[in-house]
Design a protein around this ligand. Structure first.
Ligand code: SF4
Length: 77
């Protein structure tokens, strides 16, 4: 599989998605369906929840397919 990485940002954080790592555990879209919905394109809607809630859900991804970084940490470098 190609090493694809997509990013979605709400201005505060950037959600990073690496589909090749996904083990299809479904935790993201059962835990936070307003943000993660594989039926939609794009499948990540960062406006669907607060930054804190999105971060909390990303921490529950067992594979590392979902990760994030804070945008101010990048611009401060
Ligand atoms: S929680 Fe992670 S491993 Fe599970 S479906 Fe979502 S992205 Fe894939």
């Amino acid at each position: 599989m190609k090493d694809i990485t997509t990013r979605y940002t709400n201005g505060e954080i950037t959600v990073v998605w690496k589909p090749a790592l996904c083990t299809h555990s479904r935790r993201c879209f059962t835990g936070l369906p307003d943000v993660f919905d594989p039926r939609k394109r794009p499948w990540v809607t960062v406006a669907g929840a607060t930054t804190e809630r999105i971060v909390e859900q990303i921490h529950q991804c067992p594979s590392g397919a979902l990760s994030y970084f804070r945008n101010d940490a990048v611009t401060a470098e």
